[in-house]
Design a protein around this ligand. Structure first.
Ligand code: SAM
Length: 245
């Protein structure tokens, strides 16, 4: 998968050299290119922002550097195939979730445009639709200072779903949000710690009982912490034992 990130703070994305995503880059599974928006500014001060038309507080990112940066990405994109998906992190976008991560993991080429200040001149998004599929995406209902933190989260969530990035693909199957529920609690050795015991059923080696225990814990935990997820569950995914929980 190819990923381009355009930002005025390329250093922010250095964390993507670490851990599983860093390894995936070194292994050639992720071709991740971080680009400095300021390289596309044309004045001596490498200006990327200006005052908003209509007045108001803050600054707005100028369209010209964004036009040049996105044209450079477009020119280096694979000539055939689907248009790259341009993700514009924004608190005014659709909220990112695991289903979107799964969808994005199927794409060949993602481009992230990191806003700062009051955001990017709206005409950039309209113009970019000629070469990209454009999608504003929010990390959640709060406001960050810039798109970089949102990109770190999205690239990690999407990247780990790309085949080969996580060594054991089974660890992706039973995770929170993979089946609409939160994950069950997990334990490791020692079996007794600070007077607290690992649940007996996990020590017995009965796979059926372990599976039932974990499923019950998923249902209980989701009902307690995220009742909205329980309400959104497709009832046909529940079995008779689930209904008794
Ligand atoms: N004035 C904008 C608004 O109210 O919608 C907020 C601008 S914010 C200070 C600057 C940049 O941070 C945004 O352009 C966006 O790239 C990023 N950002 C802020 N909150 C975000 C969120 N919840 N999800 C994704 N990106 C966010």
């Amino acid at each position: 998968m190819r990923i381009d990130v355009v930002t005025i703070f390329p250093e922010y994305l250095a964390a993507l050299d670490l851990s599983l995503i860093g390894k995936a880059r070194r292994d050639g599974l992720l071709d991740l290119r971080v680009r400095d928006l300021r390289e596309h500014a044309t004045d001596r001060h490498r200006t990327v922002d200006d005052t908003p038309y209509g007045g108001g507080a803050g600054m707005v990112m100028k369209p010209e550097p964004w036009g040049a940066a996105l044209s450079a990405v477009s020119a280096s994109a694979a000539p055939s195939g689907r248009r790259p998906l341009l993700i514009v992190p924004s608190p005014a976008g659709a909220v990112f979730d695991q289903a979107m991560a799964r969808e994005l993991a199927e794409r060949e080429h993602l481009v992230f445009a990191c806003g700062r200040y009051e955001g990017i001149d709206e005409r950039v998004l309209e113009w970019a639709a000629e070469d990209f599929e454009v999608r504003p995406v929010s990390l959640g209902d709060y406001v960050l200072n810039g798109g970089e933190v949102a990109v770190l989260a999205m690239v990690e969530a999407v990247g780990r779903l790309v085949p080969g990035v996580v060594g054991n693909p089974e660890s992706l199957v039973e995770e929170s949000h993979s089946d609409g529920l939160l994950e069950y609690p997990v334990y490791t050795k020692p079996a007794s710690w600070q007077g607290r015991e690992v649940p007996e059923v996990l020590l017995g080696g009965n796979h059926g009982k372990v599976a039932r225990f974990r499923r019950n814990e998923q249902l209980r935990r989701t009902a307690a912490r995220r009742p909205d997820l329980i309400l959104a569950l497709d009832p046909s995914t529940l079995n008779r034992h689930d209904r008794d929980t």
